[in-house]
Design a protein around this ligand. Structure first.
Ligand code: IPD
Ligand code: CA
Ligand code: CA
Ligand code: CA
Length: 259
């Protein structure tokens, strides 16, 4: 790894704090809300402004890095060589618009396709969960305890709402076999819950910027993050993601593959 991960963490923490101030200032004004692919796929002026702000910080500090952000200030990447920053400037835009809470800002950093670092900020709680393979997971720089390897019956699981409703890949059955299903509307907040031992996993259909930060953090804590067939997540496309404690992950894949 060529990156000093502690220096990176200090830089990203400062950027996220500056973003939080900008976002909370902007929330005092009327939001400019537009739809993208459908009526539930929203983007606001705040998503776009924060994408630009974070991309500028990254480009200044890491001029050779590539940036893959949801609201696209750079060309879509087609290779994972070198240093790549995945940016989701507002994760949970529907929550942001409807609830003015329960949304996150996420930055995931990978080098040659391998995780280096992830940071997720719950803006309204002013909480940052960060970590990676060489940075022990932490919330606001308080180290998090090691995660227990919970079986599916012993913990809550975050699920994608439409997939649960249609029992796609047995997700409703898997949820019934757990302590209960949760749907937060923000992939970032789901990964924050996993990192803090509040739920044992998360199953969803995600884009690269939805999964990059969370996967870097929780895989460093021993959580297994794969596709439903057990293969590695493709960070150029992403897709279906199963993240869970090793025991529960095995149970989930068995449900998905054999039932
Ligand atoms: C969305 C949220 C949501 C997940 C969607 C994502 P966005 O991100 O993370 O929880 O179910 O797949 O697209 O669009 O609000 O950044
Ligand atoms: Ca979006
Ligand atoms: Ca997102
Ligand atoms: Ca987003």
């Amino acid at each position: 790894m060529t990156v000093d991960v502690y220096r990176l963490h200090a830089q990203v923490t400062a950027w996220l704090q500056a973003s939080r101030i900008h976002v909370q200032d902007a929330m005092r004004q009327p939001l400019d809300v537009a739809t993208k692919s459908n009526r539930n796929d929203l983007v606001t002026n705040v998503d776009q402004q924060n994408q630009i702000f974070l991309a500028e910080q990254i480009q200044t500090a890491y001029p050779n890095a590539h940036i893959e952000g949801e609201e696209g200030t750079a060309d879509k990447i087609n290779r994972l060589d070198g240093l790549v920053f995945f940016v989701d400037p507002i994760d949970g835009t529907m929550n942001f618009v409807k609830q003015r809470a329960h949304f996150a800002i996420m930055i995931g950093v990978y080098e040659d396709g391998q995780p280096v670092y992830g940071a997720i900020m719950d803006v309204m709680q002013n909480a940052i969960v960060a970590g990676g393979p060489e940075l022990p997971a932490r919330v606001n720089d308080v180290l998090l305890p090691a995660l227990p390897d919970l079986a599916l019956a012993d913990g809550l699981i975050g699920v994608n709402g439409p997939m649960h409703a249609h029992n796609r890949l047995h997700i409703a059955d898997i949820a019934l076999a757990s302590s209960g299903a949760r749907m937060s509307g923000s992939a970032g907040m789901e990964f924050m819950e996993i990192a803090q031992n509040r739920q044992l996993g998360y199953i969803s259909f995600l884009k690269p910027w939805d999964v990059a930060a969370g996967m870097a953090i929780v895989s460093g804590q021993g959580v297994v993050v794969t596709r439903p067939d057990g293969g590695p997540i493709d960070l150029l496309n992403a897709g279906l993601v199963v993240a869970a404690t090793p025991k529960a992950h095995q149970e989930i894949l068995t449900w998905m593959q054999t039932n």
